[in-house]
Design a protein around this ligand. Structure first.
Ligand code: GLV
Length: 331
């Protein structure tokens, strides 16, 4: 029997067409943001769901949608999905690692350079018509090349940022991660393992790339910001909640750190009003992976996962399955 799937947000039409070749598809072409109740209602009778990083998939939702067998996300971060609950319900979960690594690392560097060199702040000044003369210290910021780059979280994206820093910008790279990299991998990307405290104290620029979890909630808060250099830059391309936005806004306002670049926020799409009031922060709406080819690759990978999980004719394994144990629970 043909499986039935729900695509929660608007994606590329050719990717939807590929899914329609194999499944009954309900697609959200209007790109509405459905409430949880609406999502549960639309999931009735569905075998699979194509999600993004924002729909919360938890035990209560799974209880309410007993036919569901596959949750496939186009995001790499999956803190919106309770994987253990999915496994217990025999629901397979996939994310989209790998395809967005380089694009997201590019954007980490974009924010780092824009914040360190005060791009948003100086552009706003120019647009307000306040640029009347050249001055020796007009929007003078910090150097990126040769400065010490501190990376909190050293997965694929952290490593791609380290390579850019070490090889492109001659930056000494220090990092902290739950598990240190194998020595040869660390040597190849030129990264030295240090404690979190040492990283915050020594780095000229700190980039946060850890997944969100209860453990990483407010990993960078007032106490950590207090360890940073007053000339330092902080970049968050991980998830809202990893940085304490209110504490960061206070540190930026009081000049306790020089600048920040943020792509993710606690409670996004709302942004803390104190951050909006700070000039020395570059703010972007969760677009680190948003190049057209990469967003296409992410959507295609999620679709491929759905096909492998729900079309018996596919005859291949889902490429990025997070919980293979879920498959045996259904047998
Ligand atoms: C984006 O934030 C992702 O997790 O892919």
């Amino acid at each position: 029997m043909t499986a039935s799937i729900l695509v929660c947000r608007r994606i590329f039409p050719d990717v939807v067409a590929r899914l329609r070749d194999r499944f009954e598809v309900e697609a959200n072409d209007a790109d509405d943001v459905w409430s949880r109740d609406e999502l549960i209602r639309r999931l009735q009778g569905k075998d699979g769901v194509f999600v993004t990083g924002t729909q919360a998939i938890d035990a209560a939702l799974l209880d309410a949608c007993p036919k569901l067998r596959a949750v496939c996300s186009l995001a790499v971060g999956y803190n919106n999905i309770d994987v253990a609950a999915c496994t217990a319900h025999g629901v397979a979960v996939t994310n989209a690692p790998g395809v967005l690594t380089e694009t997201t690392a590019d954007f980490g560097f974009t924010l780092l350079m824009a914040a360190a060199r005060r791009v948003s702040e100086s552009e706003a000044f120019l647009r307000r018509g306040e640029w009347t003369k050249w001055s020796v210290d007009l929007f003078a910021g910090s150097d990126v090349h040769g400065a010490t780059l501190g990376i909190l979280g050293m997965g694929r994206i952290g490593q791609a940022i380290a390579r850019r820093g070490a090889h492109g910008f001659a930056m000494p790279v220090i990092y902290h991660n739950r598990t240190p990299l194998p020595a040869d991998v660390a040597a190849a990307i030129g990264a030295r393992y240090v404690s979190r405290e040492a990283l915050l104290r020594e780095a000229d620029h700190v980039v946060v790339v850890v997944p969100y979890s209860a453990e990483s909630h407010h990993l960078v808060g007032a106490a950590e910001l207090a360890l940073m250099k007053p000339t330092a830059t902080l970049v968050n391309i991980a998830r809202g909640g990893v940085v304490d936005d209110a504490a960061l806004a206070a540190a930026l306002r009081e000049g306790r750190i020089a600048a920040a670049g943020l792509d993710v926020f606690e409670g996004e799409p709302a942004v803390h009003p104190d951050l909006l009031a700070c000039r020395n922060v570059v703010l972007t709406p969760h677009i680190a992976s948003a190049s057209v080819p990469t967003r296409r690759a992410m959507a295609s990978l999620a679709a491929e996962n759905l096909i492998c999980l729900l079309d018996p004719a596919a005859g291949r394994l889902a490429p990025t399955l997070l919980n293979p144990e879920a498959l045996t629970r259904r047998l």
